[in-house]
Ligand binder design. Structure first.
Ligand code: ZN
Length: 404
């Protein structure tokens, strides 16, 4: 499988200057190519394709006076810039025509000068030794925090908002299958408790944004008070970026540790398919939800499962996991969110709401334990259309309750 390996690099001041020039040139090529496409579109023309774009925005542009400086950097990242734009356009087209599944892809946008800068080199533009050699930049010092598993096929140079430089290699790596075990787990994700496991364990999330929200607001306020273009503003901007970075690090660190632990311990992981983008539309909750990183968590689990030979099952979001008794399969109907514990009217077992849901998610994934072996027969047939409507409303209701 293809993986990304990221390292910090330390360019000398001269190299940093050359890098700045290269970032600028690839950004200009991207923006020129995008503007050219938009113009073609406005005139009723067709999408030109990558070779025509390269011809127009690199080869011909170099001959003009206003773009002659494009020759001072390596042509590799410039061509890559056009290729990346081409991929972005093709994804957009196939999303519009419905060929591409998943969330809608937006039209490519213009790149700004002040956001994170990137440039990509293919194999003929770089080589890896004790240092990293980039065409027309030189040999840059790299902090090799871990060994590269294979020869990289491309490298992206990144300068982030804090002014730090990184390189991200794309490498091919063979999966490292973990020894098979037959444990299976169900996970119920929530806002108050990040994850409730079917084993009964509850995992709390750190919620870094909530913790630093005040400080962030304070820093942003002082940033907005600084005069544009001043040194003071530059410093204030750096402070905001640093705090954002810390928030992201706390969240990612937590998610990595939890997902790795779950993958090592379990052969099969069952997770509910949450409509995250739908929930984010709820303005009162979007902050709390993005602070948790549900989507990121699922992506990590899926990637690690492929890497280590585990299975991740995604359970339909219309499965009434919080309405059914995990012991006897009796369906009690909706429960208000305030109800954290309840007793089954059929078999009399006491349930913790989240643990019961996690057990149902686990059972829905295919592995039923002896205790709910008969569950499938007991389970009443449900009209899926009616159910889906009810559940949508239920989710909205739940979210509102959480916000209040
Ligand atoms: Zn029951």
């Amino acid at each position: 499988m293809k993986l990304r390996y990221r390292y910090r690099i330390y360019p000398t001041p001269v190299q940093a200057n050359r890098l700045a020039q290269m970032f600028g040139c690839s950004r200009v090529v991207w923006n020129d190519a995008l503007a050219f496409c938009q113009k073609q579109y406005a005139q009723g023309g067709k999408y030109p394709g990558s070779s025509a774009l390269m011809q127009h925005c690199i080869t011909k542009a170099k001959q003009t006076e206003e773009r002659s400086w494009l020759s001072s950097v390596s042509v590799v990242p410039l061509q890559q810039s056009v290729r990346d734009l081409d991929v972005a356009f093709r994804n957009f087209f196939s999303s519009v025509s419905g060929k591409r599944k998943g969330p809608k892809v937006r039209m490519p946008r213009f790149k700004k000068r002040h956001s994170t800068q990137t440039a990509r080199f293919t194999q003929r533009g770089f080589s890896v030794g004790s240092k990293l050699y980039l065409a027309k930049i030189g040999s840059i010092q790299v902090k090799w925090s871990r060994a590269l598993p294979s020869e990289p096929s491309s490298v992206t140079v990144i300068k982030d908002a804090l002014g730090r430089y990184f390189v991200s290699f794309v490498v091919e790596k063979e999966p490292e299958l973990l020894p098979w075990n037959d444990t299976s787990i169900g996970i119920d994700l929530g806002i108050t408790t990040f994850a409730t496991l079917s084993t009964g364990q509850k995992v709390e999330a750190p919620k870094p944004l909530k913790r630093y929200l005040r400080k962030l607001a304070c820093l942003q306020k002082s940033l907005s008070r600084c005069e544009k273009g001043s040194n003071r503003r530059q410093r204030a901007k750096l402070k905001v970026a640093r705090l954002h970075n810390r928030i992201k690090d706390i969240r990612t660190d937590f998610l990595h540790k939890l997902s790795t632990q779950l993958i090592i311990e379990n052969q099969e992981i069952n997770l509910e398919d949450l409509n995250v983008s739908g929930m984010l539309k709820n303005r009162r909750l979007s902050k709390a939800i993005s602070d948790l990183g549900w989507r990121q968590f699922r992506t990590m689990l899926e990637a690690k499962a492929t890497m280590y030979g585990r299975d991740v099952n995604i359970i339909s979001r219309w499965e009434p996991t919080s309405q059914i008794c995990s012991c006897c399969g009796h369906r009690e109907g909706r429960k208000r969110l305030g109800i954290r514990e309840w007793q089954c009217l059929n078999c009399g077992v006491f349930h913790d709401r989240d643990i019961n849901a996690a057990l149902n998610i686990k059972a829905a994934g295919g592995h039923s334990e002896a205790i709910n072996g008969c569950r499938r027969e007991c389970k009443p047939e449900v009209n899926s259309a009616v159910l889906s409507e009810a559940s949508t409303r239920l989710v909205d209701k739940q979210l509102e309750l959480f916000a209040s």
